[in-house]
Design a protein around this ligand. Structure first.
Ligand code: CA
Length: 314
């Protein structure tokens, strides 16, 4: 049984216990205390038809998550404090959200781990599952990378059917990052890497078209692109390769070689404090794509290994 915090619908919990199961959650709030969100649950009533529940909350939970085994979750719903509503759904109605489009592993906590992309050039990549219920008008993507590549390489590739460079973090050469939104990009010039981990966060806001770029916890001068644009939510998201088509169209000479960690995507802007928290690997808001609860599928020569040392900008 697991509990997923994050914006977006999570599905396929490891609900194997007899009795009752908590299926998954879609929560927003601070840390582990949900303030607003939904819980998707099902009961497994010893051979009864499984039932799904949908709970909307507008107040902190007054009790434990998950509910004790054997407790009727419809009654658990009424044990919550504050402004809560409860709706039950037959399995079939919500059942379709159970099946992921790819055979992703159960969510993994990759704390203090890295992906090692071993070859150069490489055809390896890591597919990431991101659950977004609607197009994004704001987002923030953060990650940490460690490489001695001098050739162009992709760091984060988010493609929709309409636009392969819907979100792209790309390093065309040392000392330069390109940040794409909806096929257009802005360039951020940075000091050349001297063999250290680099942490980057890039965020974008549709209303103003403002793009922020943070390197190792420091903001760069803001730039503007794609004011009024909407980022599509049906996307193939990957590390290691740059998509020139939806889920494909790779150029191995744009592949990533080296180590990558701490990948996150939020469907929101982050405050300066949270940008610094991301760099310092401190506690972060729930995210549709979170390194601590990563659903991924590795393809080709890429392996998960422990970090050799703390990656805090060094
Ligand atoms: Ca592309």
């Amino acid at each position: 049984m697991w509990l997923h915090h994050g914006v977006g619908t999570s599905h396929v919990g490891d609900v194997t216990q007899q009795g009752h199961g908590l299926m998954g959650t879609s929560l927003s709030g601070d840390g582990d205390v949900p303030h607003l969100g939904h819980l998707f649950m099902r009961t497994l009533l010893n051979g009864d038809v499984p039932q799904w529940g949908h709970l909307s909350m507008r107040a902190p939970l007054n009790g434990n998550i998950p509910p004790p085994l054997g407790e009727d979750i419809t009654q658990w719903g009424t044990s919550l404090s504050g402004d809560t509503t409860w709706q039950s759904h037959p399995l079939g109605e919500l059942g379709k959200v159970q099946s992921p489009p790819h055979p992703f592993c159960p969510p993994a906590d990759l704390y203090r781990k890295v992906f090692v992309f071993r070859e150069d050039p490489s055809d390896a990549y890591v597919l990431l599952q991101v659950q977004l219920e609607r197009p994004m008008l704001n987002f923030t993507v953060c990650l940490r990378s460690y490489t001695d590549l001098t050739r162009p390489h992709s760091l984060f590739s988010y493609a929709t059917k309409a636009q392969d460079n819907e979100i792209l973090l790309f390093k065309p050469k040392p000392g330069e990052y390109r940040f794409y939104v909806g096929g257009k990009y802005v360039t951020f010039r940075v000091p050349e890497n001297r063999g250290e981990w680099e942490h980057v966060c890039a965020s974008w806001e549709s209303g103003s078209g403002i793009a922020e770029f943070w390197l190792n916890g420091r903001p760069w001068p803001r730039k503007g692109l794609q004011k009024g644009y909407e980022v599509g939510n049906e996307a193939v998201v990957m590390l290691g390769q740059e998509q020139d088509a939806y889920g494909g169209g790779f150029d191995v000479y744009n592949s990533f070689t080296g180590e990558m960690a701490d990948v996150h995507l939020w469907d929101a802007g982050l405050s300066p404090d949270k940008m610094r928290s991301a760099y310092l690997a401190l506690r972060l808001p729930p995210a549709p794509l979170a390194w601590g609860r990563l659903r991924y599928e590795a393809k080709g020569d890429v392996v998960v290994k422990p970090r050799l040392r703390e990656a805090l900008g060094a």
